[in-house]
Every structure is written in C-alpha cells, then in structure tokens.
Write a new protein. Structure first.
Length: 389
C-alpha cells in the first residue's frame, strides 16, 4: 500500500513539474538571465579564492619587516648609591656604578613604493635608529638608510639598494575616493608575527588626530576596525583591490577594534621631500581650540561657576595660547572666539586647523574674533611648528 502511494505522488510531481522543452532551453541559452551573467563575470571567490586573497597577493610581496636598533646612555637612579643597595646588590654587578649604555630594539612594518627600493613607513618606527634592517617576504635582508623623517605626520622614507633594483612594489590608491563602509585590509608584522593579514571596514574618515588621542600629530586619520597591533605600524591598509589607501599608525590602548591609518594621499604629498632628505615645514598659530556652538555657550553662561561669559555664536573657542607663539605675539587671548579667517566663516575646530595647514609660514592671516561683546580683527603670521620632544 505504501509503495503505491509513493508511486502516485511521484507521478503527480512529474505531471505538475514537467521538464523544460528544448525551445525553453534554447531560449535560456540565447538570452542569459542576470544570474547567468553574474556567473559569467566571476569574482575571485567564485574562482576558488577570495577578494582578500587576491588583494594580499598583489600587495604582499612589497610589504617588509623593519627591525631597528639604537644605543642610549642611561644614568643610574641616585637611590642606587644608598649603602643598602651597594652592600647587597652593588658587589654582584646588579647596580651600575656610573652611566651605562643600553641597546634598544624595535620592530615595525613598511612597504616598497618603487622598484629602486624606496619604502614608506612610520616615523616612530625608525626615528633615532642607529641601524635599520629590512626583511622582504622572500627572506632577503637589506641594510636600510633612513632618508627622511617627519614626526608631525609620523611619516618616514627608508631606502634599500640592490644591483639592478627590481623590487616588488605596491600600488598606491586614492584615499580621497575611500568611503565609510569600504573594505579595509591591514597587512604587516604585528607582535613579531610576520606576514599577518586582518580584515575590517573603514569605520570613519577624517578623524582628527586630537580626537583620536594623538594631539602631537597634525593629521586626519582613516579609522578602521581591522585589527592593528604593535608591529603593524608603517604597514599598508589596502582596499579590496589591493591598492594602498593608508599607512597603519596607531591604536587606542583603551579600546578594542579601533585603529588609525594615515591617508595615502597625505603620504604622497610628503614622500618626495623626505626621499631627498628634505624637511617638511608645518605652519601653526599656537592656540588650543575647541568647537563652540550657541548651545554650548548658553550652558557655560548659565553656570554660576563659569569664569568667562562666551558669545552665543558658532565659532572656534580659544582654550589656551602657547607662550611666545605667533598667536600670542598677535594678541590672541584665551576665551576669544574665532569666527572667520580671511573672510571665510569658521564653525569647527578642525576647519580652522585645516585652513592653517594649507597656509604658508609667514603668510598674513586676518582673524575675526569675538571677545566678550566686542568684535575684533587680529592679524597673525603662522610660524613653523616644532616637533614635541
């Protein structure tokens, strides 16, 4: 009985779902559907790989490990001269009796940008190094020459040499075309683990360095959730095609899944100067600033403990003035609110910073400033920013 029922059901299925006719097969071949077109234009994943593997295969050979050494002189802590320490530890050689040298080692990443062996990396990877060793993914090692360092943007150029050149190179993309949500692939040597790849997305763009917790830099970062760890510094952040869109530079110690990369277009601007051993100049005014809105000003003015009354306008609040800076010499004061520069309205702190970055050292800037109930015009000439020690 059960066999007859199954036979009947199968028969009905064949009747209700007939095989396609020869004409319908011919039609599907003559006019492929969107699904057939998608199959014809196969992605790397459909060909047996993935877009990540394809991107890494393109950029990977150009990614290098950078090992550094430097010798510093230390002076023992005065407490070591205490008779107790000298009695129990000094005789064992555990406490030095005078200045001594210590060799420090470091490690980071970089990537080759031309066949002659020019390498981009972070300034903090190679700065003050006595010796730089560059290791390629194929195992070859080279002595690296630090051509130029710019601490303000945390960029450096290292040169390696080989008869005939012929080094593998990375393709530099256009960071101005990057969008939030794009794929981001970090390649480097984190924690001494060579040739490591992590995947994430672009979390946001133009993240000011001050907001990122790096106030001594002058950058707008690409923020990503691709895992970046110590040793990734100087390595490339690439898109899904393997084009370099940024240089991995920093992580937030108090956060997970937040890393920052220098946009590659910024590196393109500075790299030629560093490659020839030149110095990159950065204009500055010498003010500490914050964005001010009418709501923020009202909150301040309503606080009985407020030390100043602020104008309820959109602008940039001066929270501090660096002594002996161009701003100090021009008469800018704490609690001033800058509303315009050379006639252009200024509403955000990062907007003012960007405008100053695009000026020339010594160029005259006219600031429209609200000071209490008065509106002033102050002329200031940007000076040259000196790296923080």
């Amino acid at each position: 009985m059960m066999n007859r029922v199954l036979t009947l059901i199968l028969g009905l299925l064949l009747i209700l779902s007939p095989f396609p006719s020869a004409s319908s097969w011919a039609s599907s071949l003559a006019t492929p559907s969107s699904a057939l077109v998608a199959q014809a234009i196969a992605t790397p994943a459909q060909r047996g790989g993935s877009f990540v593997a394809a991107a890494v295969n393109q950029v990977g050979p150009a990614v290098v490990r950078i090992d550094t050494e430097r010798t510093i002189t230390r002076t023992p802590d005065p407490m070591f001269n205490d008779p107790f320490f000298q009695r129990f530890f000094g005789g064992n050689g555990m406490v030095p009796d005078g200045p001594y040298e210590e060799r420090l080692q470091g490690q980071g990443s970089g990537f080759i940008v031309d066949a002659n062996g020019t390498i981009l990396t972070n300034a903090h990877v190679v700065d003050n190094a006595d010796r730089v060793t560059v290791t390629l993914t194929d195992g070859r090692k080279f002595e690296g020459e630090v051509r130029g360092v710019d601490e303000v943007t945390d960029l450096a150029v290292v040169k390696i040499n080989s008869p005939g050149g012929g080094f593998p190179i990375s393709v530099l993309g256009d960071s101005d075309q990057v969008q939030v949500g794009d794929w981001a692939i970090a390649v480097g040597n984190p924690l001494g683990l060579d040739n490591t790849v992590t995947l994430g997305i672009v979390s946001t763009l133009k993240r000011p360095s001050a907001t990122a917790g790096i106030p001594d830099k002058r950058l707008d970062f690409i923020q990503t959730d691709a895992a970046i760890n110590p040793g990734n510094s100087g390595g490339p952040l690439v898109n899904e095609r393997g084009d370099v869109i940024g240089i991995n530079t920093a992580i937030r110690a108090n956060a997970m899944g937040i890393g920052f990369a220098i946009p590659i277009n910024k590196a393109k601007e500075i790299m030629p100067v560093l490659a020839r051993g030149g110095k990159v100049s950065h204009p500055y005014l010498g003010v500490q600033i914050a964005t001010l809105t009418p709501d923020l000003a009202k909150q301040n003015n309503g606080d009985p403990n407020a030390t100043v009354q602020l104008p309820e306008v959109n602008g940039v609040l001066v929270t501090g003035v660096v002594p002996n800076s161009p701003a100090a010499a021009a008469g800018v004061r704490r609690a001033d609110v800058i509303t315009q520069i050379d006639g252009s309205a200024i509403a955000r702190a990062e907007q003012l910073q960007s405008l100053v970055d695009k000026t020339q050292i010594g160029q005259t800037l006219r600031l429209d400033v609200r000071r209490g109930n008065r509106t002033l015009q102050i002329t200031v000439r940007p000076g040259e920013l000196q790296p923080m020690n």
